[in-house]
Design a protein around this ligand. Structure first.
Ligand SMILES: NC(=O)c1ccc[n+]([C@@H]2O[C@H](COP(=O)([O-])OP(=O)(O)OC[C@H]3O[C@@H](n4cnc5c(N)ncnc54)[C@H](O)[C@@H]3O)[C@@H](O)[C@H]2O)c1
Ligand SMILES: [Zn+2]
Length: 366
C-alpha cells in the first residue's frame, strides 16, 4: 500500500471504515483479520472486471478462505431479483454458511446486487465493498442502500445493509473507460455544490489533473466526496430529511434516464443535465447568485461533454411525477443556494419544472 486515507462512517446502525488509496487489496485481509480467522470468501464480480483485476485480488486473499468467484453480467438489466436467487443458489451449492464473507468487486450494479444478496442470504452475512468505478467509489458503495430493479422502476426492491468496510482502490480506475470516469465525477461535482465548497473549488481548478487520473488529485476528490456522503448519512441514515439533498440533479436526472429508455445517457450524465435544470429553477427564483451559477455551469461543462438526447417535456414531467422521491401532490426539489449549499424546496410548481425541462431539452438537442 502506498498511501491511504480512512474515512469513518458512523450511523445509528453501523460503524465502518472507508479506505481510499492505492494498492489496497492486501488491506482487505489485514483489516478483516482473514489470516487469523479463516472463513469462506465469495467474490461477486463481472467477467470483465475479473479478467482485468481478478488475479491481483485473488493473490491478496488467503488460500485458506478458498475464494470463489460468482459472476453477474455487466448491465442494468441484470440488476434483478432473478439474479439474486441464482447467485444465492450458487452460494448454497458451494457450501456458503452464515460465517461466509461476500466481497462485492465491481461497479455500482455489482455493489447493489452484492449488498442485497449479503443482506438476505441466510438472513444476512458480512460483506465488503471493493468498488471499481468512480461512481461506486464516491457514491454507491457508501451509505448502505442495496437492491435491485423491477420492470416498474429502478431500485424498487432492496434493503438498508451496510458493509463491514469499503476499499476504494484508485489503481483499478486505470482501466475505467473515460466516459464512465467523467460520469462518476459529476456525482463529485454534485457533492461539492451541495455541501463542500472546498471540494468544488478543487474540482473547478484541477479538472485537467483529475481527468488525467493523477492519483493524488483523484484521491482528494474521492475522499472528499465520501466524507460528504458519510457526513450526511450519519445524520440521516434513512432519508427522512437531510439525505434528500443527495438527490440534487436526480429528479430530472432520473426522468431523463427513464424517458430515454436508460440507453442514451449514463446515470452521472443524466444527473449533470438534472443539476443544470435545477440551477435554472434557482436562477429564475433568484435564490442563487449569477456568478455562483456561472461557476457551477462552467465546472459541469469542464467534466463533459454531455451527450445530446431528445425527448419531450411531457415525457420528462410524467417520469418525474413517478419518481418515488416525490410526496403525493408535492414537487420536492433540491435547489442550489450557492457553492457548497443546497436546500430542499417543497413548493416547486409544475410550471417551473416544465420551463426547466424545456431549457434542458433545447440545450440537449444540438
Ligand atoms: N446504492 C446506492 O446508494 C447507489 C447510488 C448511486 C448509484 N447506484 C447504482 O449504481 C449503478 C451504477 O453504477 P456504475 O455507474 O458503477 O455502473 P456499472 O456498475 O454498470 O459499471 C459501469 C461499467 O464499467 C465497467 N467497469 C467497472 N469497473 C471497471 C474498471 N475498473 N475497469 C474497466 N471497466 C470497469 C462495468 O463492467 C460496467 O460495464 C446503478 O444501478 C445505480 O442505481 C446505487
Ligand atoms: Zn446518482
Amino acid at each position: 500500500m502506498t498511501s491511504a486515507r480512512t474515512i469513518p462512517v458512523k450511523t445509528a446502525t453501523a460503524n465502518y471504515p472507508v479506505i481510499v488509496g492505492q494498492g489496497l487489496f492486501p488491506e482487505i485481509s489485514r483489516r478483516l483479520g482473514l489470516n487469523q480467522k479463516p472463513r469462506r470468501i465469495f467474490v461477486l464480480t463481472s467477467p470483465e472486471i475479473w479478467s482485468l483485476w481478478g488475479r491481483q485480488l485473488l493473490a491478496a486473499l488467503p488460500d485458506s478462505s478458498a475464494p470463489t468467484a460468482l459472476f453477474l453480467p455487466a448491465g442494468e438489466r441484470f440488476k434483478r431479483i432473478a439474479q439474486v436467487e441464482r447467485l444465492a443458489a450458487e452460494m448454497a451449492q458451494a457450501g456458503a454458511d452464515r460465517s461466509a464473507l461476500l466481497i462485492a468487486f465491481g461497479g455500482g450494479i455489482v455493489g447493489d446486487v452484492g449488498g442485497f444478496l449479503a443482506a438476505i442470504y441466510m438472513r444476512g452475512i458480512d460483506y465488503v465493498q471493493v468498488p471499481t468505478t468512480l461512481l461506486a467509489q464516491v457514491d454507491s458503495s457508501v451509505g448502505g442502500k442495496t437492491g435491485v430493479n423491477l420492470t416498474a422502476g429502478k431500485n424498487l426492491v432492496g434493503s438498508f445493509c451496510h458493509p463491514r468496510a469499503v476499499f476504494a482502490d484508485i489503481d483499478v480506475l486505470q482501466t475505467l473507460p473515460d466516459r464512465e470516469l467523467r460520469a462518476g465525477l459529476f456525482e463529485s461535482v454534485k457533492a461539492g455544490i451541495i455541501r463542500d465548497a472546498l471540494l468544488f473549488r478543487f474540482m473547478e481548478k484541477n479538472s485537467q489533473a483529475i481527468l488525467r487520473r493523477d492519483p493524488e488529485a483523484l484521491e482528494r476528490v474521492i475522499s472528499a466526496s465520501i466524507r460528504m456522503k458519510a457526513g450526511v448519512v450519519a445524520i440521516d441514515e434513512r432519508e427522512s430529511g437531510l439525505r434528500m439533498i443527495l438527490n440534487f440533479g436526480h429528479t430530472l436526472g432520473h426522468a431523463i434516464e427513464a424517458a430515454t429508455g436508460y440507453r442514451k445517457l449514463l446515470h452521472g450524465e443524466a444527473v449533470a443535465w438534472g443539476m443544470l435544470a435545477a440551477l435554472r429553477i434557482a436562477l429564475d427564483r433568484k435564490t442563487v447568485a449569477d456568478d455562483q451559477a456561472e461557476r457551477i455551469e462552467a465546472t459541469i461543462a469542464a467534466y463533459g461533454p454531455l451527450p445530446p438526447f431528445r425527448t419531450t417535456a411531457g415525457k420528462l414531467l410524467d417520469a418525474a411525477g413517478r419518481d418515488k422521491k416525490n410526496r403525493a401532490g408535492q414537487r420536492r426539489f433540491v435547489l442550489p443556494k450557492g457553492i457548497g449549499d443546497a436546500i430542499v424546496a417543497e413548493d416547486v410548481s409544475g410550471a417551473e419544472m416544465e420551463s426547466a425541462a424545456q431549457w434542458v431539452l433545447e440545450k440537449a438537442r444540438r
